[in-house]
Write a protein that binds this ligand. Structure first.
Ligand code: ATP
Length: 535
């Protein structure tokens, strides 16, 4: 599937729009349109239901090491600034970036791609901002420009090695930056903190400084004690949260994949250190299954364990659930969700504080040595098992997913084209969004075949009855084939048609979006029939 087709469908049918589009848009921000908002809500609701409300804490879930409880939270976006100092985000939540002295462009060091090329006795690293499929062409165009050559001189360009990211390059003086005229205009890479600062109240300067949260997780850690004290949850248990997060990404790109404002669906699962490894494995597999159950194909999905050198210093295991997005080069995957074994790092930091990460070796970060640079809360965030009387700092397993990335993956997976006869019997390309019925924005569309003979009345009654149960759509305009096509593009799994026969035998036609199978159902049963299939 070509990405442009999906992007144009999303705009045309109202799944997604660029934010502030009438003013030229704002990079890294997206709005969800009438269909998109329903799809995204359904994804978040499916997640909440499957992870929290429908979880049965009396039985052992498939593959789980034991029974466990699940509960939820909804925390603020702006939190006490100390949270981000203690969590490490204030000092460490950075990406390396380079600036172009000539064009003032700013690029992420690990994302700007380019290739070595030699001509006229000079070797340079040419970079490109083009999407994957246009990369080679753009590199050639830029290389010709760098050496002042014409298109017909392309054979003078001696390319060396594959296209790689800029962070593989040591010599910035040899880099030809995007849109620059000179070679060697990029600065050395520098740290760039991704948190959005803001100001609280009328306090100027540092005193009023706060941050928009870059993840929802910290709200859960700082409320750990509140949840334990206000409910009767016993370890092991999980706390879930869905909400907006903000990251000042240097190069937002690939549609909503990397945005500056996005939504996360996160769980912090608290357990005893002795069983944490088993819980980590359980959540890794459980979360992978969630995506396949909702329709992502095994072939495009992978569970990738981080290599030892990729792990955060506190983590004893992290795995990413990744999807082969069509905008990525062949064989490359993009992260949908990370599942991390975080040990007792977070609760301990919020208790004891955090040493200066620049001056202290990480092994002593637990506070055995010297005073913390950032003070913790001083609160006791340990847990006492009332059966065994053991007191311990729980270990945490964190499945952290992005709602927008999940939605993008479901949209990519759903986009399908096939050949079907139109109303006149001519074969036409049909675009159909094969979204899982649980997440489809509209569950059923109801059409009277024609606008007369009492058909609209029957159709409207069915529509009203359906609307009480699930999102439905009524359409009486134009040829019925065209009405079907519009619903196929919106991902509506079932279309119901009231026709001549309905008036004789009180049955309607139900049409399945994917198989195109049609069958008749009694008018009185149709709401129940569709309700059963879409829940
Ligand atoms: P990446 O390496 O792609 O920047 P990350 O490893 O920093 O992602 P986490 O901090 O683990 O991401 O965040 C958890 C989840 O939040 C990600 O798996 C992703 O689904 C989502 N997410 C993170 N950053 C963004 C973003 N800029 N836009 C959309 N979703 C995001």
């Amino acid at each position: 599937m070509e990405m442009e087709k999906l992007v144009s469908l999303c705009k045309r049918r109202g799944f997604m729009f660029q934010s502030s589009e009438i003013y030229g848009g704002i990079n890294g921000f997206w709005d969800y349109g009438p269909l998109g908002v329903e799809l995204k809500r359904n994804i978040k609701e499916a997640w909440w239901r499957d992870m929290v409300t429908a979880h049965d804490e009396l039985s052992i879930a498939d593959g789980a090491p034991g029974t466990y409880e699940m509960t939820g939270l909804d925390c603020t976006i702006i939190m006490h600034p100390q949270v981000w100092k203690v969590s490490g985000h204030f000092d460490l939540f950075c990406d390396k970036m380079v600036d172009c002295r000539e064009t003032k462009g700013r690029y992420r060091f690990d994302q700007l791609r380019g290739r070595w090329v030699e001509a006229k006795g000079k070797r340079i690293f040419v970079t490109t901002l083009a999407e994957t499929e246009d990369e080679a062409e753009d590199l050639q165009r830029r290389a010709l420009k760098a050496f002042n050559l014409r298109g017909k001189d392309a054979e003078q360009l001696a390319w060396d090695g594959d296209t790689v990211s800029l962070d593989k390059i040591e010599d910035m003086t040899a880099v030809f930056a995007p849109e620059a005229k000179e070679i060697g205009t990029l600065t050395e890479p520098r740290d760039f903190n991704l948190m959005f600062p803001t100001t609280i109240g009328a306090l100027a300067g540092e005193e009023g400084r706060a941050y928009l949260r870059p993840e929802t997780a910290q709200g859960i850690f700082v409320n750990f004690k509140n949840v334990v004290d206000s409910t009767r949850v016993k370890i092991p248990f999980g706390i879930a949260q869905v909400g907006k997060s903000f990251r000042n990404e240097i190069t937002p790109r690939n549609f909503t994949f990397r945005s500056r404002e996005f939504e996360q669906m996160e769980i912090e699962f608290f357990c005893h250190p002795d069983t944490s490894r088993k819980w980590y494995e359980y959540w890794r597999d459980r979360r992978m299954k969630w995506y396949t159950d909702l329709g992502l194909s095994d072939e495009r999905l992978q569970l990738r364990d981080h290599a030892e050198d990729e792990l955060s210093h506190y983590s004893t295991g992290t795995a990413d659930i990744e999807y082969a997005f069509p905008f990525l080069p062949e064989g490359e995957y993009g992260e949908l969700e990370g599942i991390a074994h975080r040990g007792d790092f977070d609760l301990r930091s919020h208790m004891e504080g955090k040493l200066d990460p620049n001056t202290c070796p990480l092994e002593v970060e637990k506070g055995e040595n010297g005073k913390p640079k950032y003070k913790g809360s001083g609160r006791d965030l340990t847990y006492r098992d009332d059966q065994t009387n053991e007191r311990f700092t729980p270990h945490v397993i964190e499945p952290s997913a992005g709602a927008d990335r999940a939605m993008l993956a479901f949209l990519c997976e759903a986009y399908t084209e096939d050949q079907q006869p139109d109303d006149k019997g001519n074969m036409k390309t049909r675009v159909v969004m094969k979204l899982h019925p649980r997440i489809a924005p509209i569950k059923a569309a109801i059409f009277p075949l024609v606008k007369k003979d009492g058909m609209p009345e029957v159709a409207r009654d069915i529509y009203r009855a359906m609307k009480k149960r699930f999102p439905a759509f009524y359409d009486e305009k134009g040829a019925v084939g065209r009405r079907y096509r519009r619903q196929d593009e919106a991902g509506t799994p079932y279309c119901i048609t009231v026709d001549g026969q309905t008036l004789d035998d009180q049955t309607v036609t139900v049409r399945d979006r994917d198989t195109l199978e049609q069958w008749r159902v009694k008018v009185d049963d149709v709401v129940e029939e569709i309700g059963g299939r879409v829940s």
